[in-house]
Design a protein around this ligand. Structure first.
Ligand code: ADP
Length: 264
């Protein structure tokens, strides 16, 4: 133990004995603690690397806009435009940072869930209501069908984010005149939520990649987005001990299915 503390080599372990006594119990606890610390540091290092890497592009853009504004002649209108571009770029950076922090906290399991009893049918209704305006503007119909007792123990804010991201995508990737249907029901002590759209669809070879951070399919580039929504959806659902599946056909539509254990 002393040598690990002195050298800081937290990848080392104290040899565990075969006896069943208190001393050996303590050694095992010490090793478990080392393993936790190692995982946490690993997660922090990984997120630091990605943050640094992902921030470089928007930061360079931000500097570029400011630099060229400074070099131009004193045209107040151009300055105003440059400032507004800078503001837009820094908001994008901030959004990216917040989401990345959420994902890495969730991955290292340090994200605190505020678990309480939640009526999912009310929560789904609330999120659908929120998106009904954008949908209406795009002439997309949203259907809602919640059946039975949909009470679960969950973090309502995180659940709202999960449903919001899925619904946002469904509306975003569905052309005008299409449909989005949200259904929720309980089956075998789990709650199943499906979000089905009649949108552009996702190609088979892309289906496994859409959960990765910053991954966006070729077809979606015309829409705005950071490519972070689905990775956060996935970690949040997994933190609730659930899982998510997707099925899709190009040009026909996409269905996301969320499975949550009904622990009340
Ligand atoms: P984005 O910010 O790009 O929407 P997401 O992480 O939410 O990022 O989604 C990743 C990618 O998965 C999207 O860029 C898009 O290509 C694809 N995708 C997600 N939802 C849908 C959907 N409902 N229909 C078609 N493609 C989708």
């Amino acid at each position: 133990m002393q040598s690990i503390i002195e050298t800081g080599e937290i990848n080392k372990r104290v040899p565990e004995g075969s006896t069943n006594d208190e001393l050996n119990g303590l050694v095992m606890l010490f090793n478990t603690m080392l393993e936790r610390i190692e995982n946490l540091i690993g997660g922090m290092k990984e997120s630091l690397d990605t943050v640094a890497h992902d921030l470089r592009t928007p930061m360079t853009r931000l500097r570029g806009i400011a630099e060229s504004a400074l070099q131009s002649d004193n045209n107040p209108e151009a300055f105003r435009e440059a400032l507004s571009d800078c503001l837009e770029e820094s908001e994008r950076i901030l959004r990216m940072l917040n989401t990345i922090m959420d994902i890495s906290e969730a991955k290292t399991k340090t994200l605190n869930l505020n678990m309480r009893s939640v009526d999912l049918s009310a929560l789904i209704e609330e999120v659908v209501e929120l998106y009904s305006y954008i949908a209406e503007e795009k002439n997309i119909n949203i259907g809602l069908n919640c059946k039975g007792n949909l009470h679960v123990t969950a973090d309502p804010d995180r659940m709202r984010q999960v449903l919001g991201n899925l619904l946002d995508n469904a509306v975003k990737y569905t052309p005008s005149g299409g449909r989005v249907d949200v259904e929720a029901f309980s089956q075998d002590r789990q709650i199943i939520i499906t979000i089905k759209d009649t949108g552009i669809g996702i190609r088979k070879e892309d289906l496994s990649k859409i959960w990765e951070r910053f991954y966006r399919t070729e077809e979606s580039r015309t829409q705005t987005g950071l490519g972070l929504g689905l990775s956060i959806v996935k970690v949040f659902i997994e933190l609730h001990r659930g899982h998510i599946e997707v099925s899709s056909e190009v040009g026909v539509g996409t269905t996301f299915m969320v499975y949550l254990p009904q622990i009340t």
